[in-house]
Write a protein that binds this ligand. Sequence first.
Ligand SMILES: C[S@@+](CC[C@H](N)C(=O)[O-])C[C@H]1O[C@@H](n2cnc3c(N)ncnc32)[C@H](O)[C@@H]1O
Length: 226
Amino acid sequence: MRIDIVTLFPAFFSGPLQESLLKRAQQKGLLKMQVHNLRDYTHDRHKTADDKPFGGGAGMLIKPEPVFECVEAIRPKGWVVLLDPRGEPFKQAAAARLARRKHLILIAGHYEGVDHRVREHLADQEISLGDFVTMGGEAPALCVIEAVARLVPGVLGNADSAADESFQSGKLEYPQYTRPRVFRKWAVPDILMSGNHEQVRKWREDASLSLTRERRPDLVKTVKKK
Ligand SMILES: C[S@@+](CC[C@H](N)C(=O)[O-])C[C@H]1O[C@@H](n2cnc3c(N)ncnc32)[C@H](O)[C@@H]1O
């Protein structure tokens, strides 16, 4: 999969894209990522990429020209996603749909956001990470990359890791424990030590469902039966 990131702050990505599974996925050739600096698509001496909003109001908006020029310079054209708090709420199912695409172009806004014409005439989809506002689209873009990349076949060492996880089947994941068996007098449930795979599976399924009922009743009606 190829992912292009369009941003005013390319340095934001230099650490995260070079760590852990994202780094390994690139080394294995499963992911190809490129960060584009919007200022490279400006044409004045000061490399101006933002301006005041028409009609007045606080803050600055990213101008349309550098965003259009940058995205149009990325060939072949990929699926263009604008990160925006007004976009569709990002869910695991949306991550799975994006993971089936070959090429994503993620546009990170900043300041007060981007000129509305980017949303209307350039973006194929707008995604919101949730009902909160971050300073820029860089952190949301990174979250989308993290959620999508791990669903690309081969990126996770063990394909089962993604299969059982929270939201994958509509419910939250069951509690997990590792050694030591007793930590500060808190013991791991005996059933997990029983060696009985069917009982462990049943315990996990029940725990997963009750956790979902307790914390996210809104999800319960979407739970898929195994
Ligand atoms: C400060 S925000 C702009 C908020 C905008 N003025 C509003 O009220 O909807 C700057 C940029 O951060 C990104 N951003 C902020 N919150 C986000 C969220 N919840 N989901 C996705 N992107 C977000 C977007 O790219 C946005 O253009």
